[in-house]
Design a protein around this ligand. Structure first.
Ligand SMILES: Nc1ncnc2c1ncn2[C@@H]1O[C@H](COP(=O)(O)OP(=O)(O)OP(=O)(O)O)[C@@H](O)[C@H]1O
Length: 660
């Protein structure tokens, strides 16, 4: 309720209820007309022709002696029936058509959008006249005629709503949990598409009632003797001067319904009491503020990808405690000159129970490198290389999987926590509904109460106080840290062997950040789960990582055990990252060392070392030849030949296990 409403003294909800009263009356009278009407609306009594209102006939009689009140009440019934049928058809056709167009996009969307545009631009009354002219009057034809022009605005609204949601991260999160298109459309797209359509429908009631009355008035609607309001108007028109009770009541009834419907629609569309009205018509789970689009780059859908070098790696994968082994991974996106690689020849592996941190500046390819194996990049991404996962008892090659194959892995063997928790969660659903769905998708659910018990256990596991209460909250009602914990609970629903956390703490303050990192470390210890944690902050990952891979311009430039990387880094870029980390005990006013130059170039943008232009120890040769990752010690590799001493070339740029 806003201040303006308060000032006028009537609460907004009450004002909306008052505005809706004529519509409510219309619906009640329409439904109960046979009970409320004192007489048969079609029974003639010529002896009682054109009687004025009296105790016997409260609204008088018409020229055939029929009770006018009974005809008015039955007229409401017919208007209500036609309006309800038209709305049901228009809403169903419009919302389904618009949702399909918005979800599929591409040529289907273009064709459906043109059809919608045409339907909207046609003059509705002319279409109705043409249809009734061909098919003749009658309730059925009237419904068809009005529906033909009434469905298009619903389709347009639903299409716009769904198209806006199509690329949102919470849909990606759902796909990750194994939800198929049917479930995504039915449970996550149709409800938000329906909500604005219902608001529009409240305005449409008036337009339909008026349209039906107009057609009847023109002799093309409900044929006599059935008492439709437009029909009553035309019958009363010749007697306007002598028998006012014939035309005025139906005229007032039509005006009241049209006004009420327009006012209510306007209030719902602009007012802040929208949720209170939708509470009458929408189930509880659908009431929440409109979803907010994330400014963050959304990791989107899976698509089959090209692959190479698969057999060579699967032959060596597994059996040695390695959960995920990535080899020669390259990712490219369409570019004006063809395709541009953003990640090149990336190799890493994650042993069971270990935490690998991938660090680097923005645009260095961290997120791309860790999400590519799981098909979580933009559909235009082309992924080449190999990624083998020891999922359960099977070894699976991840690159090139189809979406159904991926659903067997993502959400079950692999859980993902996204950076922007608000965007990754559906704003229309409670936290409990999110986790319930994840629990059910991974096959751990049962009856409603059983599923909810698992949900509450998961919320407790991630350290959320009062799991029962939190389960009932919507995402926007939680703090950023709590939402990240909720995302973690969703990711843990499938009891994954690997958790991928993409900048899980970047939007949080340092205290909450530390708590979340401690939680991740505790979960690793308690559940024995391996993790890949992406961060641009080397200091953050030192709290929990076992190994660190440093990326620059789409390539790994140094990788090794945490202690080596922190205490004895050899690549100038890693040193630069460490120098930029604030250290306890640093004297106030001390300036941190920063790296000159710009980040974010691609792996193929330079002939030689991409870091050379910013490197304090670069020599002219550095800019001429692409450096290769060299093994310096077991598990420690660097791509700076100037610092590598007695290094040896790592065959295929593959990493070695620490201690191997
Ligand atoms: N859909 C896309 N189309 C084209 N280029 C993309 C797309 N997504 C990412 N990129 C490019 O890929 C490169 C690597 O992006 P990525 O998100 O992996 O970097 P990052 O190191 O994770 O950065 P950040 O920390 O900012 O998330 C960037 O140059 C980015 O512009």
């Amino acid at each position: 309720m806003n201040a303006g409403h308060r000032r006028r003294g009537i609460p907004a909800r009450l004002r909306s209820t008052l505005v809706a009263l004529p519509l409510l009356g219309f619906a009640i009278v329409g439904l109960l007309a046979p009970v409320l009407a004192p007489a048969d609306p079609t029974a003639n009594d010529l002896a009682a022709s054109l009687l004025p209102p009296s105790a016997e006939h409260l609204l008088g009689t018409d020229q055939l002696g029929r009770d006018q009140l009974s005809r008015l009440l039955h007229g409401a019934r017919i208007s209500l029936a036609v309006t309800a049928a038209v709305l049901a058809i228009s809403l169903t056709v419009g919302v389904v058509t618009g949702t399909i167009a918005g979800y599929l996009g591409g040529p289907v969307d273009r064709v459906i959008s043109r059809v919608i545009d045409m339907a909207v631009s046609l003059p509705g009354m002319l279409v109705a006249l043409a249809v009734i002219g061909v098919r003749g009057p009658g309730i059925e034809n009237l419904v068809i005629a009005v529906s033909l022009w009434a469905w298009a605005p619903y389709a347009r609204i639903a299409r716009a709503r769904v198209a806006g949601l199509r690329g949102s991260p919470h849909l990606d999160a759902l796909r990750l949990l194994g939800a198929g298109p049917g479930r995504i459309i039915g449970r996550h797209l149709l409800p938000p598409a329906l909500a604005p359509c219902l608001v529009y429908a409240s305005t449409d009631v008036g337009a339909i009632v008026l349209g039906v009355a107009t057609l009847s008035f023109l002799g093309l609607g409900i044929p006599p003797p059935d008492p439709e309001w437009g029909q009553l108007l035309i019958e009363g028109r010749p007697h306007l001067a002598s028998a006012w009770w014939l035309a005025y009541p139906p005229g007032i009834a039509i005006t009241a319904v049209v006004f009420a419907s327009n006012l209510l629609g306007e209030r719902l569309a602009t007012g802040d009491e929208r949720p209170s009205i939708l509470r009458w018509v929408l189930p509880a789970g659908l009431r929440a503020p409109a979803p907010r689009r994330s400014p963050a780059r959304p990791p989107t859908t899976v698509r089959p990808t090209a692959t190479s070098a698969t057999s060579a790696t699967s032959a060596t994968s597994g059996g040695d405690g390695t959960l995920l082994r990535v080899r020669d991974l390259s990712v490219s996106y369409p570019h004006r000159d063809g395709r541009r690689r953003v990640v090149a020849d990336v190799c890493y592996e994650v042993p069971r129970g270990h935490i690998l941190a991938v660090v680097g500046e923005t645009g260095s390819g961290k997120t791309t490198s860790v999400l590519a194996p799981f098909g979580l990049l933009d559909p235009t991404a082309l992924v080449i290389g190999s990624a083998t996962l020891e999922a359960g008892t099977h070894r699976r090659q991840l690159v090139g999987l189809t979406p159904p194959q991926r659903r067997q892995i993502n959400g079950r063997h692999v859980g993902v926590v996204f950076q922007d928790s608000l965007a990754a969660l559906n704003p229309l659903r409670t936290i409990g509904a999110h986790v319930d769905e994840a629990v059910r998708n991974t096959g751990r659910g049962g009856r409603r109460a059983t599923t909810r018990r698992v949900t509450e256990e998961l919320l407790r596991l991630v350290g959320l106080p009062d799991p029962v209460g939190i389960a009932r909250e919507f995402p926007h009602q939680l703090s950023g840290g709590m939402r990240q914990r909720a995302q973690l609970a969703i990711a843990l629903a499938g009891e994954p062997e690997l958790l991928v956390a993409d900048e899980p703490t970047s939007a949080l303050d340092v205290t909450v950040q530390a708590q979340l990192l401690d939680l991740l470390a505790r979960l690793r210890d308690e559940l024995g789960m391996a993790m890949i944690v992406v961060s641009h902050d080397l200091a953050v990952v030192t709290r929990l990582a076992d190994t660190v891979a440093v990326m620059y311009a789409g390539r790994i430039v140094e990788a090794g055990p945490l202690t080596t990387m922190v205490e004895n880094p050899v690549h100038p870029y890693t040193r630069g990252l460490l120098d930029a980390v604030p250290r306890p005990g640093t004297a106030p006013g001390t300036r941190f060392r920063t790296m000159p130059g710009r980040s974010g170039t691609g792996p193929d943008d330079a002939d030689g070392c991409a870091f050379a232009p910013r490197c304090p120890i670069a020599v002219p040769e550095c800019a001429q030849e692409q450096p290769t990752l060299l093994a310096l010690a077991p598990g420690h590799r660097s791509a700076c030949p100037r610092q590598s001493g007695n290094a040896t070339l790592v065959v295929g740029a593959a990493p070695e296990r620490d201690g191997a």
